[in-house]
Write a protein that binds this ligand. Structure first.
Ligand code: PMP
Length: 368
């Protein structure tokens, strides 16, 4: 069976192999007589699934031993509250606003701490990245928050900021919801990274948090126990019932990622090479087309989410309808930006981007 290419921003496409394996195991996981959704989270079977998923994620992202991997619930937006509840100690936190998602993080944190704006790219309609050297970092910040990849505006940090080099002692908090596992993470620059699973990792409902262990144990009294990172870590993510099926699906995706190869590379390095090739193919076509435009500064264009506009916006609906007829789904842009957006997460193969570019070229030739 060949399925359409699904360019959704999230929840997003998952690899066919992963979905097929989940379907095959749905009624009976490994001869246990139970589907994964029906298992006790404290049983031997689920314990094996959980520990394998955690070990595979640690290996794939090269997570150092002094970081804990937490499988939580609530998604990225809940983390906008959970992070300040755990890290801020009610003091100051700095926010670098580069698009809608970091804007939301900055706003939500105001409920728990003094949430300061260290830098913003609002003046360029979120199409640039403010130079880290210009950030107004607070001397007493409990942490500095950045969004590694702005899913709506298509702006991505190509390297994470080195806060120590900027004279800050604060840990860096990274929202990696929409680029986790699409490229390696430089843990030497990170104190905590979080992300909803529903783009590169699995179904919605699972949230990944990776946190340096010295940042545990400082939650505000108001923090719910189920969201206190230390409680979650001490209980191996089983203080409450974790999203068991989501963890299982993520585990299948991790196994799939480990099998991926690209020019001698494997795992996340292979994905990065493939994601560079995919996004370069699309951006190069857009830039040379004379019909489509991407407004993001080339230095910070996202490899994952490519917003673009047609020269004649009255053609948007026919562009989308014809794309759908060719098996190219969910290309409509976010309502706050308009136009189109192609999300090129790990599960989108190079051939999917070739098919998209072929549609774009054919459409532009007819309407240009
Ligand atoms: N951060 C980023 C970068 C996102 O892309 C999203 C969702 N698109 C969120 C946070 C919010 O995640 P959730 O809907 O899981 O709360």
């Amino acid at each position: 069976m060949t399925r359409p290419y699904n360019f959704a921003p999230g929840p997003a496409a998952l690899p066919d192999e992963v979905l097929a394996q989940a379907a095959a195991e749905m009624l009976d996981w490994h001869g246990s007589g139970m589907g994964v959704m029906e298992m006790s989270h404290r049983g031997r079977e689920f314990g094996a699934i959980y520990h394998q998923a955690e070990a595979d994620l640690r290996e794939l992202l090269a997570v150092p031993a002094n970081f804990r991997i937490l499988f939580m619930q609530g998604g990225g937006l809940a983390e906008n509250a959970i992070v300040p509840m755990n890290l801020s100690r009610g003091g100051v936190a700095d926010f670098v606003v580069t698009g809608s998602w970091s804007q939301k993080s900055h706003k939500e944190a105001q409920r728990y701490c003094t949430s300061k704006l260290a830098a913003s790219n609002a003046a360029t309609q979120h199409t640039t990245l403010p130079d880290p050297a210009s950030w107004q970092l607070s001397a007493d910040a409990a942490y500095v928050h950045v969004c590694g990849n702005e899913t709506i505006h298509g702006v991505e940090f190509q390297t994470l900021p080195d806060l120590a080099a900027l004279g800050s002692k604060a840990p860096l908090v990274v929202d990696f919801s929409s680029n986790v596992a699409s490229r390696p993470t430089d843990w030497s620059r990170v104190g905590l990274a979080f992300g909803g699973a529903q783009k590169n990792i699995g179904p919605a409902g699972l949230t990944i948090v990776i946190v340096r262990d010295d940042l545990l144990g400082h939650a505000l009294p108001v923090c719910p126990s189920a969201f206190d990172y230390k409680v979650v870590a001490d209980n191996e993510s089983m203080f409450n019932t974790p999203p068991t099926f989501g963890i299982y699906m993520a585990g299948l995706v991790f196994q799939w990622l480990k099998r991926q190869t690209e020019g001698g590379l494997t795992g996340v390095a292979a994905m990065e090479a493939r994601n560079i090739a995919k996004s370069t193919l699309l951006y190069d076509y857009i830039d040379g087309s004379g019909f489509y435009v991407n407004k993001v500064d080339k230095a910070c264009r996202s490899r994952m989410n490519v917003p673009f506009f047609l020269a004649d916006e009255s053609l948007n609906e026919s562009f989308l309808a014809e794309a759908k007829a060719k098996g190219l789904l969910q290309l409509k842009g976010h309502k706050s930006v308009g136009g189109m957006r192609a999300s090129l997460y790990n599960a989108i193969p190079y051939a999917g981007v070739e098919a998209l570019v072929s549609h774009m070229r054919e459409f532009a030739t007819r309407h240009g």
